[in-house]
Design a protein around this ligand. Sequence first.
Ligand code: NAD
Length: 469
Amino acid sequence: MTLQIQSVFEKQKEHALLLRTERYSQRKQRLEALRNWILKNREHLYDAVDKDMGKPPIEFYGVEILYVLNEIKSALKNLDKWVRPKKIDAPIDMLGTRSKIMYEPRGVCLIIAPWNYPFSLCIGPLVSALAAGNTIIIKPSEFNKHVSAAIAAMVKELFDEKVVAVAEGGVEVSQELLALPFDHIFFTGSTSVGKLVMKAAAENLASVTLELGGKSPAIVTGNAHLEEAAERIVIGKFVNAGQTCTAPDYVLVHNSVADKLVEHIIEKIGNRFADKAIPLNKPSHYTRIVSHKHFDRLVGILDNAVEQGAIINHTGNHDRDSRLFYPTVITNVSAAMKVMQEEIFGPILPIVTYETLEEAIDRINQKPKPLGLYVFTKSRSEQNLVLKSTSAGGVCVNDCAIHFLQHRLPFGGVNSSGMGKAHEYAGFLTFSNEKPVLRQRSGLTSVQALYPPYTKLKDKIVDFLFRLF
Ligand code: NAD
């Protein structure tokens, strides 16, 4: 283990105890400093993300920066309310006691982040962790070297390392960190690495939040507004070149409207991304695939699908050198293809048809629970059937993926797609221990009625308590 990580951890552990008793205004000061730095340096941050991924500026500012600023704004506005202990009524057998829930910091927290939204997935959870009064070590993804360096520089400028520190590097650094007895680990990344994180956390019984991925389906029924559905699926899928955890991974469409939907999807790709409106080969208009490794993986799963009979309905010339992968739509897709077995996490959209909504629901329920589930239909009864018969981390009705941006909703997965919730108050709770506190009165108390010795009178009291049910 590198001495530096160990020694920063020890410093944070000691300092975390002091943070328990500091004024809440000090938490706010940290959040304000963070907000001011981001506002002043947003272009510098964009340069970093552009170098790593060639993201269009609006995608970076709109999705990453504004999301983080919203988190800070909400924490500053609501912190006094969030930290206020919550009174709990006493039941009859506890008469005379006073109870409350206190929100104490968890202590020393670890945030491990992926590469797809490299700034917000480090700094969004940081906001919640700071609001809850913790010390934090952040491990950004090694795939975004420039963003990782910018986050490390920002944190160094703003915080003492005994409060917030950044450990840059790859899997080895992550593993070193995971061997330490953190109080809480907030991990965002793939389901397979999530399992390793949970195993490592079990060694120290650290609590975990796992924000994972999976295959998020978009159902389009025969009662959907097809053109609107097509446009929203295209945006949800191809923004960030499909490298979005909540992107619709594949479409399940009723066979009566499948051809029409594909037509609309291709038209919308033309309008919004490729061919007509926007020159995709200019880096500032369409995000690049993060690395050659991921580019080759996408080519591999597309080739595998075509070898097994998939039809490419729309694509362009992929360019490995610039990691430009055109929006690609495929039909005639079967369950055995890799594209239907692993999370795609790139701009390939398989279209699968179904005959009855029950069949579509069965297909979803046979797979691990997804992070997002999207249903496009004007029929309330179809919406309700899907909502009640499936399980997912979050759902959008008649849209895709944007529940992430509704930051007042808790965000997270379920089982294979994750556990625990993030964003605003849910994020504050994630980084807090909800500590129950009971205050007993002096003198006679209600629980004394059950103290030994167990006389006939105590029998009668127990009989009476049973009559309350
Ligand atoms: P990843 O799991 O490969 O890596 C995530 C982080 O874990 C990185 O910092 C990496 O260094 C570290 N890591 C990788 N292998 C490790 C190991 N063996 N031991 C310890 N640490 C390790 O994920 P990724 O490729 O960076 O991101 C893509 C995945 O993240 C997708 O599955 C996507 O769905 C998911 N994701 C989920 C959310 C969400 O909010 N639920 C958001 C974004 C991305």
